[in-house]
Ligand binder design. Sequence first.
Ligand code: NAD
Ligand code: UD1
Length: 343
Amino acid sequence: MKNILVTGGAGYIGSHTLIELVKAGFNPVVYDNLSNSSVIAIDRVENIVNQKIDFIKGDVLDKDLLKQTFKTHNFFAVIHFAGLKAVGESVKEPLKYYQNNVAGTLNLLEVMSEFGVQNLVFSSSATVYGSPKSLPIFEHFPRSCTNPYGQSKLMVEYILEDLCKSKAFNAISLRYFNPIGAYQTGTIGEDPKDIPNNLMPYISQVAVGKLQKLSVFGDDYDTIDGTGVRDYIHIIDLAKGHLKALEYLVKGDKDNHIIGFEPINLGTGSGTSVLQLVNAFEKATGQNVPYVIVSRRAGDIASCYASCDKAKSLLNWQAQFDITRACLDTWRWQKNNPMGYQS
Ligand code: NAD
Ligand code: UD1
């Protein structure tokens, strides 16, 4: 059984990925400082997989604890989810983001190097494509970012590219599009600490009565109905993408093949507008989602969706679940846990 260090494993994407890892026979070891998550998520994952999950409360900025963790486990690979992700906050507190996301990753890479661990799966984002010139977005498209959060992801990608050029190192940079949904049990899901920045948790909190109405940021984009279009991917599909990436690393290891830096989009390949998502949610759940159109949000682009050809050809992965399923799963989680993990 291969040990996998999962930094940020108590978070939204990490907790769902733990299930897929355990189901596939990997042994995940979670390393999370719980700055944006709850240990209850780990308890709930344990209930789903009917197995204990190793959990270490730790910060990737704490190099000594990282070293201690590597000393006591023989890791095959690291899945590095740990990071801060609020775009607005990153503009107000850029140093916090560079420290956590960039310096934290540097620490991790140094410790991996010291202990001879050469396989990494990194949580990157479609945000590294900035404002794409055409759609769908392919991995070779130019990269640029306009906010410190995005810059921190881009900087880590550059660091990984240089590292892979300098020595035998495998870094799969998974560029997520827009993850939504929850595990089908309705016991784990996305649990934003404050008012949600992202669309789907906002919609579900309106539906459950926590928030009054959704503000739709602009209806004058050049899109099907004037509202922003994104590529919403079900969290279980996203989690399975990580498993496929790990399996690719295992195969590379067996074949003695160095993969190097490999950026891969994880999306569905199709776009959904804000109003289409609102309508799909209402239809799937029977809940009302009142909304008001307001002005555009600074930094938003009109449309964004992935080409998923590379994930299909390299990892044999493609998304299975549709928007309706994601709405149903989101609603089950929200309805059963109106206050998130504090419910
Ligand atoms: P999340 O906040 O739910 O999970 C991140 C986890 O990392 C949290 O549990 C948090 O406590 C932990 N963490 C943060 N800083 C840490 C540190 N210094 N040391 C240890 N643990 C730390 O976010 P998520 O949605 O699960 O995202 C996971 C990763 O994917 C992040 O790196 C994020 O930037 C990236 N990403 C997310 C999205 C998205 O829409 N959710 C999109 C693209 C990329
Ligand atoms: C946002 C971030 C991106 C980050 C991603 C995941 C910005 C500019 N981009 O992406 O860097 O990687 O989240 O964390 O913040 N919308 C509304 N009302 C809302 C919320 C959103 O109309 O209350 C609209 C947006 O204008 C957009 C769509 O819904 O058209 C999706 O928004 P969101 O969920 O925030 O994702 P992104 O903007 O794609």
